[in-house]
Design a protein around this ligand. Structure first.
Ligand code: BDR
Ligand code: CA
Length: 312
């Protein structure tokens, strides 16, 4: 099985990404979940991660709280999208399991160092604060990872929290910039892909129709996210972002993209956190990311539904 660490701010869509991995133990070995402040403050992202492990029946996986805010910016959260708890929708019980005392960034560093180089994939579903700090503290880590697969940014679809920025990058653009420049192998699932992956009524119904508690919870989560996004975009169904990361790890054939140069705007106030992507190769800047551009939404949702069906 592929060894992965999640870095995440759950979030309904983070939740589906994590559950999909928990449902796939033969293919994905989740070494741990590191939480970060993003959609909601850190205490809630941590609590939500614990709730998800209990929901998925995988209480043995350690949760390590990471950074509670970006280093150079005031924390921006998104309760308007995800609700007060960050995981509004399903009625999940208060978790009985507890988080680890080791800081998420130290867990990340120690875990990567404890494994053979080139074996661990870091799956990033939130602002990149923890990853940037880990790379600053331990410069050997970018080169020791197999790769990073992350949700963030937009080129063709540009932004969702501002006209020019996607939320995860916007919250901590300096961290994102450090990660994009780190030399780590990096695959990005941006809005360009995730805006195609819309949770229509039928797709939500398919989760409910599974008839297990995880399917019910996912259906309730996606119905909640619908409320805000459908009004915002006036699309049938809201985009489902973070599960694209897990789906990419397990089913890369669902997605298409190319190696490009991508850099993060940190200086501008107007364009803070914009992902500046040389998709058409108009500069000589070195290729530093694989930028996904599209994906097969029907295959994506069929895959997620099948996996959630394997859970309790
Ligand atoms: C990203 O921002 C968060 O609100 C979601 O969980 C996702 O990671 C989408 O822009
Ligand atoms: Ca997220």
């Amino acid at each position: 099985a592929q060894k992965v660490i999640f870095d995440t701010d759950p979030g309904q869509d983070d939740a589906v990404a994590i559950l999909t991995a928990l449902a796939s133990p033969d293919e994905i070995d989740v070494l741990g979940i590191v939480t970060v402040a993003g959609n909601i403050p850190l205490d809630l992202t941590t609590k939500n991660a614990l709730k998800l492990l209990e929901l998925g029946g995988r209480n043995e996986i350690p949760v390590h709280p990471g950074c509670s805010k970006p280093f150079g910016r005031t924390l921006v959260t998104a309760e308007h999208v995800h609700g007060k708890t960050g995981l509004d929708g399903p009625d999940l019980p208060e978790p009985k399991i507890v988080a680890q005392s080791q800081h998420g960034v130290d867990f990340l560093i120690d875990t990567v160092r404890a494994h053979e180089p080139g074996t661990i994939r870091l799956l990033c579903l939130g602002p990149l604060t923890n990853v940037a700090l880990a790379f600053a503290k331990a410069p050997d880590i970018p080169g020791r990872l197999k790769d990073i697969v992350m949700m963030g940014g937009g080129y063709f679809e540009v932004g969702n929290i501002t006209p020019t920025a996607e939320f995860n990058i916007y919250v901590d653009p300096e961290a994102a910039s450090a990660v994009f420049r780190s030399g780590a192998a990096l695959t990005v699932l941006p809005l360009d892909v995730t805006h195609r992956m819309r949770s229509t009524k039928e797709r939500i119904e398919a989760f409910r129709a599974i008839g297990n508690r995880s399917g019910d919870a996912v259906a309730a989560m996606l119905s909640f996210s619908e409320r805000f996004d459908v009004e915002k975009y006036n699309w049938e169904g809201a985009p489902l972002h973070d599960p694209c990361v897990t789906a990419f790890v397990l089913r890369p054939d669902i997605f298409e993209g190319r190696a490009v140069n991508a850099m993060i705007e940190t200086g501008s106030e107007l364009c803070r956190g914009m992902t500046v992507v040389d998709y058409w190769g108009v500069t000589d800047r070195p290729k530093n990311v694989v930028w996904m551009r599209s994906g097969d939404a029907d295959a994506f949702f069929a895959f997620l539904t099948e996996r959630v069906g394997r859970l309790p």
